[in-house]
Ligand binder design. Structure first.
Ligand code: SF4
Length: 235
């Protein structure tokens, strides 16, 4: 059984939309949002997936088997799936058969991960794109929790991994440069994304952040879903 987040109203958070962030921004995709996370970023915009002091587990999470999740994904008639969270790799043992079965029918996958958990072989085989989002000091997590060097080294060696950093302020860009040097990340695989849950918050950071991207050779990404729909869940 997999722990899947619920949309407001209780339905599982499996929905058809466009990828809002990163290198495949704009690609029509089915999203599967899994619950639980091993970090606790203070600016997290999906706290309902893990913050059980402020959200009720029974209200926010539904446990579904692989067949039911597949049935719901297949119903959208869209061959590209984004597996997100929370931290989806906490449940990767349960995800493997799901991914394997859909891949056999031609589905392609992206996984969004915080880069603290090493992927299993079955996942490595079938996931076409890893959107790794290592967390920086300003996320509020301890360095021991947020930076697991062996795991980041593994992702750094995967050509299909991109590193998307959430940027709250200028000091974050310095920390990204430190990580780029430490893990030998080529700049064209590094994306900087403004932190923000409203179009105004994104706009306020986008001008200077895009300049920082130009300076360092990083890619810039916005959060298209926030610009289109605000902070609405399940879009
Ligand atoms: S790693 Fe992602 S899901 Fe987990 S707390 Fe941080 S932003 Fe939220």
């Amino acid at each position: 059984m997999l722990k899947v987040s619920r949309k407001p109203g209780g339905e599982p958070e499996i929905f058809h939309s466009i990828q809002g962030e990163g290198v495949s921004m704009g690609v029509p995709s089915v999203f599967l949002r899994l619950a639980t996370c091993n970090l606790a970023c203070h600016w997290c915009d999906t706290k309902y997936t893990w913050d059980w002091q402020n959200f009720d587990y029974q209200t926010e999470v539904v446990e579904l088997d692989s067949e039911e999740i597949q049935r719901r994904i297949r119903a959208f008639n869209c061959p590209h799936v984004v597996i997100t969270g929370g931290e989806p790799l906490l449940q990767q043992a349960g995800l493997e058969p799901l991914v394997e079965s859909l891949a056999a029918d031609g589905y392609t996958f992206e996984v969004e991960t915080n880069g603290t958990i090493a992927p299993l072989p079955g996942m490595l085989r079938h996931i076409g794109q890893w959107n790794v989002s290592p967390k920086l000091r300003t996320s509020g997590n301890t360095s021991e929790a947020r930076e697991i060097p062996l795991v980041l080294e593994t992702f750094a060696q995967l050509p299909k991994a991109y590193f998307k950093f959430v940027i709250t302020g200028e000091s974050d860009v310095d920390d990204v440069c430190t990580m780029r040097d430490k893990y030998n990340l080529s700049p064209d695989r590094v994306l900087l994304m403004p932190e923000g849950r409203t179009p105004d918050a994104l706009k306020n950071k986008s001008a200077w952040l895009s300049e920082a991207c130009v300076r360092h050779g990083f890619r810039f990404t916005t959060r298209l879903h926030i610009l289109l729909w605000g902070d609405e869940r399940g879009r």
